[in-house]
Design a protein around this ligand. Structure first.
Ligand SMILES: NC(=O)c1ccc[n+]([C@@H]2O[C@H](COP(=O)([O-])OP(=O)(O)OC[C@H]3O[C@@H](n4cnc5c(N)ncnc54)[C@H](OP(=O)(O)O)[C@@H]3O)[C@@H](O)[C@H]2O)c1
Length: 336
């Protein structure tokens, strides 16, 4: 396929570019050339999707594409403009959305019947989840019946730019001794590897499976599987000290960010990992083991690029994720 990726330089867009070139597709990336080096083996067009003249230049740059992959759409007005300009230049449009587009998640599970936020497809202001739902509508309006919408769950893997798995790996690598781990060790989590998400999207496009899919991870592995894989990958002599939910809540550890990927199993986050993957599975979604995601992310973190991208701040946090070392020591002492 001839594929145009809007974005393509960073985390998920990069995974799409790498998976697509590895599969022999002809890939063009369109971005401003600011965030990162473009992946090898792709054609590059630099421009800003928010600048109409740049979009027009993009549309004229090639005879057309079989697929547009849009990994960096956050504003319906902006996404609508891209989709409108490309509507007669591309056969299909794959939009990367989020489970945040569902109106009742994470307090309630996501199924095929779950409602999304109502958001104007030309909106330009609002919150992340409703805006993502508006972006989805904008694409559907310009590519009716030719849209693939992937409502991604939490994404991990090499090139992660959020500080979630990268913080855990950095924490384990910091040294021997106790590491505060969020209960319950057996609680199942469902992050998805960016490369699995990309492979699934490309397979949908190749087979003409249009429509919207919620795309979480397998949900068959636990927090303990994730953290033990981090210990193993880094070769750390850390040992995990599991703190109960009530203890962490009582001491003000922030769910989701304080200890990345941790959320208590009731209240506002009660269904955070409860996302029905069966429609995506039926359409061909497959997952690699979490240990492979962890190993490959650690290998990337040890490259100069990875180390620079996941640099802890003076408090030992990465992009607002993780616990400062002094705070962790304090909590471990209280646990006894
Ligand atoms: N992380 C998660 O766990 C998670 C979960 C669910 C869904 N998602 C979704 O996954 C996607 C993440 O995408 P991503 O990792 O590829 O990163 P991203 O940060 O959304 O996209 C960055 C890419 O887009 C380019 N870009 C940004 N603004 C641009 C503009 N105005 N014009 C042209 N190019 C522009 C950047 O290059 P330049 O800066 O060089 O232009 C870069 O290549 C998002 O859509 C997010 O909503 C993420």
């Amino acid at each position: 396929m001839r594929i145009l990726i809007i974005g393509g330089g960073r985390f998920l867009g990069r995974a799409f570019a790498e998976e697509a070139t590895a599969a022999g597709h002809d890939v063009t990336v369109f971005n401003r050339g600011r965030s990162s080096a473009d992946p090898p083996g792709v054609r590059v067009i630099h421009g800003d999707r928010e600048v109409p003249a740049d979009l027009e230049r993009l549309a004229r740059a090639a005879p057309g594409w079989d697929l547009v992959v849009d990994t960096c759409g956050y504003s319906p007005a902006v996404v609508s403009r891209s989709a409108r300009v490309l509507a007669d230049r591309a056969a299909a449009y794959l939009f990367i959305s989020s489970v945040n587009a569902y109106a009742r998640w994470p307090a309630e599970p996501i199924t095929a019947a779950s409602p999304k936020f109502a958001c104007d497809p030309e909106a330009s202001e609002g919150e992340y989840g409703p805006l993502k739902a508006g972006c989805e509508r904008a694409v559907e309006r310009h590519f009716p019946g030719r849209t693939i919408t992937l409502d991604a769950g939490l994404i991990l893997g090499p090139h992660e730019n959020r500080g979630r798995l990268t913080w855990w790996l950095t924490r384990m690598a910091r040294g021997a001794g106790p590491v505060l781990a969020p209960a319950d060790p057996k609680r199942l989590i469902a992050p998805i590897d960016a490369r699995d998400l990309a492979r699934f999207g490309l397979a949908c496009a190749a087979s003409g499976s249009h429509g919207a899919f919620a795309v979480p991870g397998s949900g068959t592995e636990s927090m303990q599987d994730l953290l033990e894989a981090c210990v193993a990958a880094t070769g750390s002599a850390a040992h995990l000290v599991w703190a109960p939910d009530a203890f962490l809540v009582e001491h003000g550890v922030e769910q989701w960010t304080g200890l990345p990927l941790w959320a208590v199993a009731d209240g506002e986050f009660s269904a955070i990992w409860d996302i029905d993957s069966s429609p995506a599975r039926a359409a061909g979604l497959e997952w690699r083991p979490i240990a492979e995601t962890v190993r490959d992310t650690w290998a990337w973190l040890r490259t100069g690029e990875g180390a620079a991208a996941a640099l802890p701040d003076e408090e030992g946090r990465i992009d607002g994720h993780g616990l400062p070392p002094a705070r962790e020591r304090q909590l471990l002492a209280l646990l006894g």
